[in-house]
Design a protein around this ligand. Structure first.
Ligand SMILES: [Zn+2]
Length: 361
């Protein structure tokens, strides 16, 4: 595709076809702050694991991939969740878990990501490896190894689920706190994920305060399926440093101004938003409005396994759909590092290379 002249169709991003070979957006240094463990999996890896274990995958993960989803109603979310569960069911061993972390690091590095904060709820894998502590330690150990070998720093966000009891979230926060750090192979943040319509945000405040006391970034999902009021709830109860998505803050200018005033970064995932029906098309994602309001935006892929698009695709969308030029893309990349927990030397090296990338563009 001729950059800047053609507007990709919405379904191009949904099928992961935005990024063309040789696109220099790959060379732009990026930090990736919104990627889920299971959702990061290559579709080829999932199919291989399923075959190994004799598990049948839903057709949406075999012939009709990537699936067409509409998660804005409960039924649509249920379908999304069912596909997610089917994928998770194929991850049953330490070897599988290590492979997911390793391939996420490789795929991210291949797209110019220098720093990845991968999000995992260890509860989901605990039964296979002897508990939440070993589940998290496996992920951290592989993150450490991949960081040494793949040309990218990989850190971990431990995410609690809104569908489980807030006590479970506190247990996870304490576990995350024990592994808190500020480099590759450590826990750098604490999140809250799953269906935004479930659970009471305020009930998770204690878990987030445990995480915050340990120096972890507060990075809950909010403002994706639900609107500004839910973003306000997260601001009140969870003292977020970043919001997973947060795009719906754009519907309330005062609230958005408050997000900007507090320096809360937004992990914006355009491909995910369109795939889940939060917006009908890429040009409806309010990227420009958020940037114009002064928000710090870090683009993310969320769940490439289900949405078909990866990190670089999001930057291509920002350029080709929203018309961001090289300087504005450079600013976006810079913002992704500013919102990250990447070590200073990683940020400084990225900054130098971003300046060079923009100058060459
Ligand atoms: Zn997410």
């Amino acid at each position: 595709m001729d950059a800047g002249t053609a507007t990709p169709r919405t379904d191009d991003l949904v099928t992961g076809a935005l990024l063309q070979p040789g696109d220099r957006v790959v060379d732009l240094p990026k930090a990736h702050l919104h990627l889920h463990f299971t959702g990061s999996m290559r579709i080829s890896t999932l199919r291989e694991l399923a075959a190994q274990k004799g598990l049948r995958l839903p057709s949406a993960l075999v012939d009709d991939w990537p699936p067409v989803l509409r998660a804005t109603d409960e039924r649509g979310w249920f379908r999304f969740q069912r596909l997610y569960d089917a994928a998770r069911a194929c991850v049953t061993t330490e070897t599988d878990m290590r492979r997911i972390v390793r391939e996420a690091a490789q795929d991210d590095a291949a797209e110019g990501s220098r720093w990845l904060e991968i999000q995992v709820d260890p509860t989901s894998y605990a039964p296979h490896v002897g508990g939440i502590t070993p589940a998290l330690e496996i992920v951290l150990d592989e993150a450490r190894r991949a960081s040494a070998e793949e040309g990218i720093g990989v850190a971990v966000v431990v995410a609690a689920s809104r569908t489980r009891h807030p006590y479970d979230a506190r247990a996870l926060a304490r576990l995350a706190a024990q592994h808190a750090g500020d480099g590759p192979g450590t826990v750098v943040g604490f999140g809250l994920s799953n269906d935004e319509r479930r659970g009471d945000t305020a009930e998770f405040a204690k878990a987030f305060s445990i995480a915050r006391r340990a120096g972890l970034a507060s990075v809950p999902h909010a403002g994706e399926l639900l609107g500004p009021r839910h973003v306000a709830d997260a601001l009140d109860a969870l003292a977020p440093d970043r919001l997973g998505h947060g795009v719906r803050a754009s519907e309330d200018p005062e609230l958005l101004a408050e997000v900007v005033r507090r320096g809360i970064a937004l992990e914006v995932c355009p491909g995910s938003n369109v795939a889940l029906g939060v917006y009908s098309a890429l040009d409806q994602v309010p990227l420009r409005a958020l940037l114009d309001a002064g928000a710090t935006v870090a683009l993310g892929a969320d769940d490439p396994l289900l949405f078909g698009s990866r990190l670089a695709d999001q930057y291509v969308a920002a350029r080709d759909v929203h018309g961001l030029d090289a300087a504005a893309l450079g600013d976006l990349a810079r913002a992704s590092f500013a919102a990250s927990r990447a070590p200073r030397e990683v940020v400084e090296a990225a900054e130098r290379d971003i300046v060079a990338w923009v100058a060459a563009g």
